[in-house]
Ligand binder design. Structure first.
Ligand SMILES: Cc1ncc(COP(=O)(O)O)c(C=O)c1O
Length: 396
């Protein structure tokens, strides 16, 4: 270990804006026209890591380019501690807004606060078959918000995905709380997964010896943004109800739908169901305030049953009592109805309650953040800070 830094080439991760000189024989390659810079090709140079190996990824050529002089022996064979050291360096080079404070894994049966050890086995069926479910909970002022509601949902998701539980509910709950406690995180989120577990690379999980539980605590201090945003109708097909109602790790349609929104300068894409009614966003539910001042939300039978949306429905009863809302309706919502609503909002653990002020080319209401959306956001924020014990679990 002591001689690691001298005996091993240091991992170096090429900044995407740095251009690299091509060796002549690669310039001559039919795959790389001389006038194309590696920057445009999206070169990933890991020269430090793999000796002389150069790998270029090109958006329109799937084939990897490898220096023909490269010997396979240039790829180092690492001991466990050397691999671990490189994982550590890799982590140190990744500085994002989020910090990963603690991870639990049933594979090693404990909690680690070392980010380089926050890994899961490649043969876990959640990795190579998508056979896993997950859920989240916000950490607010040292409390888990709507923890039991999210926990119930992951257990339901696991049952629908035919994933056996590695522990009973009480023990899963205890492990998750201990993980947050070990992280010392006061503001952020907890994410956790139940997986068919590691075993092999088959399709059936029948030879996976044990289902797995993983959890991670993420610190995120970025302030909540409540500005009105634009949404677009998703052209990525919605998942069929059997899968949309399960919070599984199969989020490819969701990711593509979010990317489609970003490509159109929007925040989220809105899915319509197979009958053309408004469904949900890629990581949030949708609701409207109609001209008659009803809060209108699609039913949860074909989409994910949002914990935040359900809580909003309960808190909105207060606005009905105050006369600010006429009523609360769970019903089919046509696109026309949605687009001519007074207010439109996105609801979820991530966005909380976020006003949508434009849908495709249609301005919603007067194009400004509406009063009911603002009132519901204030109620949720208040609930997160000082709601009843049923929605706020203290972390010791
Ligand atoms: C597809 C989808 N719909 C809705 C939601 C909102 O659910 P929640 O309020 O429980 O976060 C999510 C949240 O992750 C989601 O992924």
């Amino acid at each position: 270990m002591a001689s690691l830094s001298t005996s091993l080439p240091k991992p170096s991760f090429q900044h995407p804006n740095t251009s690299i000189n091509l060796p002549d024989h690669l310039h001559n390659s039919c795959l790389v026209p001389r006038n194309l810079s590696f920057q445009r090709l999206g070169l990933i140079s890991q020269q430090g890591l793999f000796g002389k190996v150069k790998i270029a990824r090109c958006s329109h050529q799937a084939e990897a380019l490898v220096d023909s002089n490269t010997q396979i022996s240039d790829v180092p064979i690492l001991t466990c501690s050397e691999a671990f050291e490189r994982l550590k360096k890799n982590r140190e080079n990744q500085k994002g807004k989020q910090q990963f404070l603690a991870m639990y894994s049933s594979i090693f049966g404990g909690i680690t606060t070392d980010t380089s050890a926050m890994v899961i086995p490649l043969d876990d069926h959640m990795v190579h078959r998508g056979h896993g479910v997950f859920d989240t909970a916000a950490i607010v002022d040292g409390h888990l918000y709507e923890f039991d509601q999210h926990l119930d949902r992951i257990l339901r998701s696991a049952s629908l995905a035919k994933i056996n539980l590695p522990f009973d509910r009480e023990n899963i709950r205890r492990i998750l709380i201990q993980t947050v406690s070990a992280s010392k995180c006061k503001t952020g989120s907890l994410r956790y997964w139940l997986s068919a577990g590691p075993g092999d690379f088959q399709l059936s999980p029948s030879d996976c010896h044990q289902p797995a539980l993983y959890a991670i605590v993420i610190q995120d201090k970025s302030p909540h943004d409540s500005r009105g945003i634009k949404v677009v109708t998703s052209s990525v097909p919605i998942k069929p109800p059997q899968f949309a109602t399960v919070k599984s790790v199969n989020y490819l349609p969701n990711a593509l739908s979010k990317m489609e929104a970003e490509e159109n300068d929007a925040y989220a894409s809105i899915w319509l169901d197979n009958d053309g009614f408004v469904a949900e966003g890629p990581s949030m539910n949708v609701a409207f305030v109609t001209k008659e001042k009803d809060l209108l939300m699609p039913a949860f039978d074909k989409i994910l049953s949002g914990c935040t949306a359900k809580r909003v429905l309960t808190l909105a009863e207060g606005l009905v009592k105050e006369g600010k809302l006429h009523g609360i309706k769970i019903d089919d919502v046509t696109v026309e109805e949605g687009k001519k609503a007074d207010e439109m909002m996105l609801i979820g653990s991530g966005v909380l309650v976020r006003p949508a002020v434009q849908w495709d080319n249609q301005v919603i209401g007067d194009g400004k953040e509406g009063p009911i959306t603002r009132a519901l956001l204030a109620l949720i924020l208040e609930d997160m800070k000082s709601g009843p014990p049923a929605v706020r679990v203290p972390v010791p």
